[in-house]
Ligand binder design. Structure first.
Ligand SMILES: O=C(O)C(=O)C[C@]1(C(=O)O)C=C[C@@H](O)C=C1
Length: 325
């Protein structure tokens, strides 16, 4: 296991003090989400509370049972985490106040004495299994893959004797006395998972100049509806960083679109675009404006800087007052 500890990730730690005490996370102990939350918030001043599913984390935030909740939202190999997406779009609103991107690499955890040849069942979260599919086919062709609620739940169940091996986060071996038979697993090198820290709607995080805004939009079922949404962003020079669709669960063939864009709702161009989407869409849900993990400053080009918007608003007001021809 080397010197892996709970806070050991390869990205630069950007841990912040939130001044809150209880933070829920997708558990149990030993998940990647626990690693992420320990990067986001100080374990000395916060209590971390595990929940068995991501909707349970979101529900605890809504109920005020925890002050914040940390959930996985997307993986660079397997894509969106559907349970998180649905929990964010439906029910009482919650908003993201921070994000964290974690490098993802798996260990194959077994009980002492287990050998590769003897493994018949291998368990993990579906996203975990998907990220080692090729390795399993080549190295454990006789093993049946079993989906568990999380990578750490798989380790727990291996310890209980239910399955032979777990595809887990390396840190799971610190919580459950298991042996890492293979480390550094992952069909795709440099895989990453992005996590969100959620809160009840309230004061927004201040703009940093390197922010992301997330939202959900339901477009009318008509020609060009999605193209109009994208056009509202493009004409304000807003960079789209993610676009996902999930069924509305109402009429077959209708979708909710999840959009992530660079920028903060406090910026004129972002506020203006969101107001335009509100006019064009059947439903728009704001999911938060928060600092980006990569801290890459957003380049805002003319004519969409806040100064451009102010100058245009002043000009318009003057024309309306009859002061300019
Ligand atoms: O099961 C865990 O350890 C999680 O934190 C969930 C999760 C995911 O949902 O993608 C997080 C990172 C890995 O990609 C695999 C599983």
């Amino acid at each position: 296991m080397g010197d892996i500890c709970l806070n050991d990730v390869r990205s630069t730690p950007r841990r912040r003090v939130w001044g809150v005490s209880r933070i829920g996370y997708f558990g149990p102990q030993g998940t990647f989400t626990e690693q992420a939350v320990r990067q986001l918030a100080d374990p000395e001043t916060n209590e971390f509370v595990p929940f068995a599913t991501t909707p349970a984390v979101v529900a605890a935030v809504r109920a005020g049972e925890v002050d914040r909740g940390c959930v996985p939202v997307e993986n660079s190999v397997e894509g969106a985490v559907p349970a998180t997406m649905d929990a964010l779009a439906l029910g009482e609103p919650v908003v993201a106040v921070a994000e964290h991107v974690l490098q993802v690499e798996f260990s194959l955890l077994v009980r002492e004495g287990m050998t590769l040849d003897a493994i018949r069942t291998v368990a993990s979260h579906p996203h975990g299994l998907a990220q080692v599919r090729e390795w399993l086919e080549t190295n454990l062709p006789k093993a049946t893959a079993i989906a568990t609620s999380s990578t750490a739940a798989a380790a727990k169940e291996v310890l209980a004797g239910q399955f032979d091996a777990a595809v887990s986060a390396p840190v799971a071996a610190l919580h459950y006395p298991l042996t890492a038979l293979v480390t550094g697993l992952g069909d795709v090198k440099d895989a990453k998972t992005r996590f969100l820290l959620l809160a009840k709607p309230g004061a927004l995080p201040a703009p940093t100049g390197a922010d992301r805004t997330s939202l959900v939009a339901v477009t009318p079922n008509e020609v060009g509806a999605l193209s109009n949404v994208l056009h509202e962003l493009a004409l304000r020079e807003i960079n789209l960083t993610r676009l996902e669709a999930r069924p509305t669960r109402e009429v077959f063939g209708t979708y909710r679109f999840y959009l992530d864009v660079e920028g903060h709702i406090a910026e004129q161009r972002i506020g203006d675009a969101l107001a335009a989407l509100h006019r064009r869409c059947l439903e728009v849900r704001f999911l938060g404006s928060y600092p980006r993990t990569d801290s890459e400053p957003t380049v805002v080009r003319t004519p969409t800087t806040d100064a451009d918007f102010s100058a245009a608003a002043e000009w318009l007001a003057a024309v309306r007052r009859g002061e300019l021809a």
